[in-house]
Design a protein around this ligand. Structure first.
Ligand code: GDP
Ligand code: IMO
Ligand code: MG
Length: 468
């Protein structure tokens, strides 16, 4: 069977940890979109692994596949594989021949365009990994695929066309020096070498047929989403998105298996118990933005919790954000930039539940919220005097939404290892109220609860591999 793991929010929800958790029963773990913009953390007995391309199943020795929907930077991939080998692992990673390759000029273009946009405050805040420009070349039918690296003549022919065009863009549109990123000879030498390595190590596959065969042989497959629903190019808050489809539909297009395969399996949404965001774009429940007050609730009688009429967005909120950021280690893995912090946002989650068709959710980081003076969620939005329960289609409209907050009783800090060992019923009662609220609002079950980063710090309530 298959389990698809999708970020429900804005990325960094803890997808890597959940893939690792479910990895015990998996045979193959497949990334279906994105590239080395991802940073997935797996912690095994206190040993931390941060992976940006190698699928998270590698830590448990499972076969990893980078599907055709991925964009692959071979420099990153081989350096990550070498690092893992140095740490004593034996990663087995296959790469789809249809996947597109990220070249140095894609990273350059990413940086140039972000700088150009910054002049009018329109930058996305990308990871700078060249992801957007690579997908742009793919859509424009001038991209270079993994299969092309295997044939030096084809590679040269394609590089000559694409690099000439890229050089013209950098020199004539941006009036910059094209530089070493556009040196065809050097690129050809380096990337034909990667092609040789792919071939020698038997790493490339026809992704769809490979996975179909593994499934026919009875293998369990995990589809590992990167990024998150709100930064999906179709269903996120465009233009502050990544250039691929992290949502569950991406798992079919990005692997070559049909929608019925994904739909026959489980689709688990990973939910961080609060909200974090790297990069630009609206975030109505943000805690330490500009000190703007939040809108009051106007409807009594919600299932749990109390909507508040106390405006927030003050020093207290900034202090709460700082506390969550510190305790949750909410700093970018690559750049170290502090992540923006906000309360859990239900309109985002309702949107995610529908777009992805979750069969269950995995709620992480409950431990991070423990012991706060105050706890709230954005239950709905107020937009032009109307109450809104899900995401508007445009970013401009979303930016005008004010959160309607609902307060919850905070839970105390407890011995989370003991709770993880004992199970769901050992969670503080107020934490269970919070989780029950999510189940009821999203009409789905909480499968797992994360109370710490380590594999053992996850409470499993429903095992998706063995549902009755
Ligand atoms: P991903 O991109 O969705 O895989 O998430 P990241 O790995 O980028 O970020 C999640 C961070 O939170 C990592 O440092 C994880 O080790 C950590 N983490 C995951 N689950 C939990 C949890 O339940 N509690 C705490 N405190 N940390 C967690
Ligand atoms: P994981 O898989 C959080 C964000 C960037 C930026 C936008 C576009 O670890 O959850 P890109 O470089 O993709 O063109 O950047 O998307 N972003 C992420 N945010 N987690 C990620 O991955 C992200 N990957 C991209 O910050 O706002
Ligand atoms: Mg991450």
């Amino acid at each position: 069977m298959t389990v698809t793991i999708v970020g429900s929010q804005l990325g960094d929800e803890g997808k890597g940890a959940l893939v690792d958790r479910y990895g015990g029963e998996a045979d193959v773990v497949v990334r279906y979109q994105g590239g080395d913009n991802a940073g997935h953390t797996v912690v095994e007995d206190g040993e931390e692994y941060a992976l940006s391309l190698v699928p998270s199943g590698a830590i448990r020795g499972k076969v990893g596949v980078l599907g055709n929907g991925c964009v692959v930077n071979p420099r990153t991939l081989f350096s990550e594989l070498d690092d893992l080998r140095e740490r004593g692992l034996e990663p087995d990673v296959r790469v789809a021949r249809r996947a597109h390759v990220v070249f140095p000029y894609h990273r350059r273009l990413d940086g140039i365009e972000e700088e150009a946009k910054a002049e009018s405050d329109q930058e996305i805040g990308t990871t700078g990994r060249g992801i957007g420009p690579t997908y742009e070349d793919k859509a424009a039918r001038r991209g270079i695929r993994v299969a092309d690296l295997l044939d030096p003549e084809v590679l040269r022919e394609k590089l000559e066309y694409t690099v000439e065009r890229t050089t013209a863009v950098i020199e004539n549109v941006y009036e910059l020096d094209a530089g070493e990123e556009c040196d065809v000879d050097a690129l050809h030498e380096e990337y034909a070498d990667y092609g040789r390595r792919f071939r020698e190590e038997g790493m490339t596959v026809a992704c769809g047929p490979f996975l179909a065969e593994r499934r026919a042989a009875g293998d369990n497959v995990v589809f590992e989403g990167a990024q998150g629903t709100c930064i999906d190019i179709d269903h996120g808050n465009y233009p502050y998105v990544t250039s691929s489809n992290p949502t569950a539909g991406g798992a079919t297009v990005g692997t070559g298996l049909g929608p019925t395969v994904v739909g026959d399996g489980e689709v688990v949404g990973v939910v961080k118990a609060y909200l974090s965001r790297v990069g630009s774009g609206p975030m109505p429940t943000e805690l330490d933005s500009d000190g703007a007050g939040h809108t009051t609730g106007d409807e009594p009688g919600q299932a749990t919790g109390n909507e508040t009429d106390q405006p927030t967005g003050d020093d207290t909120d900034a202090a709460i954000a700082a506390e969550i950021r510190d305790r949750g280690g909410e700093f970018g893995t690559v750049t170290g930039r502090p992540r923006r912090i906000g309360w859990l946002d239900l309109p985002i989650l309702r949107h995610a539940a529908r777009v992805n068709g979750f069969t269950g959710i995995a709620v992480n980081h409950l431990d991070v919220l423990a012991g706060l003076d105050k706890l709230a969620v954005g239950h709905a939005y107020e937009l032009d005097g109307e109450r809104v329960e899900t995401l508007p289609a445009t970013t401009e409209t979303w930016a005008r939404c004010e959160p309607i907050l609902k307060e919850f009783d905070p839970w105390p800090d407890v011995d989370w290892d003991a709770v993880a060992a004992e199970g769901y019923d050992a969670l503080p009662e107020s934490a269970r109220v919070y989780l029950a609220y999510l189940e009821s609002e999203l009409d789905t079950e909480v499968y797992t609860v994360g109370v710490g980063p380590d594999r053992e710090q996850t409470i499993e309530r429903v095992d998706p591999w063995n549902r009755v």
